[in-house]
Design a protein around this ligand. Structure first.
Ligand SMILES: [Zn+2]
Length: 99
């Protein structure tokens, strides 16, 4: 029995097993009209995924900047405390030396 392949979307016959070369036969899935639609949708989906990935990457980069700024602020505060402590210890040492 001869196999007739039909468009996966609209069902029109698109290939006959005996007529078309085998590679073309297993490869073909849609009629020309539906193929155009499918390709357009695939392209749109691909663009959408790319846009989402870019948005996500930007969002993550912004979060990293915010986290780095917070860490920077904490480190500055620590540095300020340490300098103050060092200054106080230095002064105490000098005062003790004078006694
Ligand atoms: Zn079709």
């Amino acid at each position: 029995m001869e196999e007739i392949k039909r468009c996966a979307i609209c069902g029109v016959p698109i290939a006959r097993e005996g007529e078309t070369d085998w590679y073309k036969y297993i490869r073909v899935k849609y009629c020309p009209v539906c193929r155009e639609d499918v390709h357009r949708q695939q392209k749109a989906a691909s663009k959408r995924r790319t846009r989402q990935a870019v948005r996500k990457a930007k969002k993550e980069a912004r979060a990293r900047v915010i986290a780095a700024k917070a860490e920077n602020d904490q480190l500055r505060a620590l540095l300020r405390e340490n300098r103050q402590m060092a200054w106080m210890l230095d002064r105490e040492t000098k005062e003790e030396a004078h006694v």
